[in-house]
Design a protein around this ligand. Structure first.
Ligand code: SF4
Length: 345
């Protein structure tokens, strides 16, 4: 460890004392001064929600969830479909399923485990979330290293290889710096630094509290880091989706539990295949199908374009989840976009 770097926590924490972001799951400085620790349920929920979404977007969901399910016991007792519907719009639905699984395991254990080593054994909890919950709720001097912290450290240390390969080095560097008496503040301070100053584009080095320790800044090359491995292009898939109505009802379908958007309500449609859009297939029944337009969505591993078809029937209804059009809610984003083309309330 660079001897100079060992003084970094002091400067960072001085800055944090006056610049900490106020977020709904955080303790304020006054609460922290009394020795209170954050609620592990709120920290865990926030960290799971904030993975790959913005803080304002995630915060809206956090407030809605904690109002409806104020404790891990309440969440564990919730119906699967209620939680999946409340999660709609946050994406990554496997995360919502793991959220429920985890809540139920925590309740069966009698509460959240208190160490990162134990936390990481729970469904959906990776090294970052385990470190964050352990540090923020239980005071363990654990490293909470997410993409923001990785970016900050790849700049501080001017890591020359692709940072994806330097994760272990970054984790150990952060781990060596966590002050034993203030792990929670240190974790939050690093998150805040990455979110507000050492941002992905145009880091504001001039006002950075740790610039004296930063190799990238000394070389005037902050934006060169993190050096990323070459990206491979995402595959592109196409398919068809159907808005079949009968009077004031529309046909929805419950997707299989396993797989993409598993367990969610969706719209009937074709298989999504790689390549250019093909002829219409996968219609749930014969009807005078009219094309309304196309919707696009980007998932983690592929991009998707769906042609959206509308049809109306007045006779025998095919099997499925028939729902009043006015009552449709909680569809995953890709289906919500398609449903939006129907142009009815
Ligand atoms: Fe990031 Fe610049 Fe601060 Fe270095 S000096 S940590 S590059 S904001």
């Amino acid at each position: 460890m660079n001897a100079k770097l060992t003084s970094l926590p002091d400067d960072l924490l001085d800055w944090y004392a006056v610049s900490a972001r106020q977020l709904p799951w955080r303790l304020g400085p006054a609460e922290r001064a009394t020795g209170i620790r954050a609620d592990p349920y709120r920290i865990w929920l926030a960290e799971i929600m904030l993975q790959q979404t913005t803080v304002p977007h995630g915060a809206r969901y956090f407030l809605a969830f904690t109002e409806r399910w104020p404790s891990v016991e309440d969440l564990a007792a919730a119906k699967d479909e209620d939680v999946m519907a409340a999660w709609a719009g946050l994406g990554y639905y496997a995360r919502a399923r793991n959220l429920l699984k985890c809540a139920r395991e925590v309740v069966a254990l009698g509460g959240f485990p208190k160490t990162s080593k134990e936390l990481i054994k729970l469904p959906g909890i990776g090294p970052y979330t385990a470190g964050a919950v352990a540090a923020l709720a239980f005071g363990e001097p654990a490293a909470a290293v997410d993409g923001n912290v990785e970016r900050v450290f790849s700049r501080l240390l001017a890591l020359s290889g692709p940072w994806e390969k330097a994760k272990a080095q970054i984790r150990s560097s952060v781990g060596e710096l966590v002050p034993a008496d203030r792990p929670a503040e240190f974790a939050e301070a690093l998150m805040d630094l990455g979110a507000t100053i050492c941002t992905p584009k145009r880091p504001n080095c001039l006002i950075c509290p740790v610039r004296a320790f930063c190799k990238a800044n000394a070389d005037a090359e902050a934006e060169r880091y993190p050096i990323k491995a070459k990206k491979t292009r995402k595959p592109h898939r196409t398919g068809h989706v159907f808005l079949l109505t009968h009077a004031e009802d529309i046909l929805l379908e419950r997707r299989p539990d396993k797989g993409l958007l598993g367990g969610m309500l969706g719209l009937p449609g074709s298989v999504w295949r790689e390549g250019e859009m093909g002829e219409m297939t996968g219609a749930p029944t014969a009807a005078d199908w009219q094309m309304l337009g196309q919707v696009r969505h980007v998932f983690t591993h592929f991009s998707l374009a769906l042609d959206v078809w509308q049809g109306e029937i007045d006779g025998q209804r095919p099997d499925g989840v028939w729902t009043a059009i006015a009552a449709v809610e909680g569809l995953p984003s890709v289906f919500a976009k398609a449903f939006g083309l129907l142009g009815r309330p």
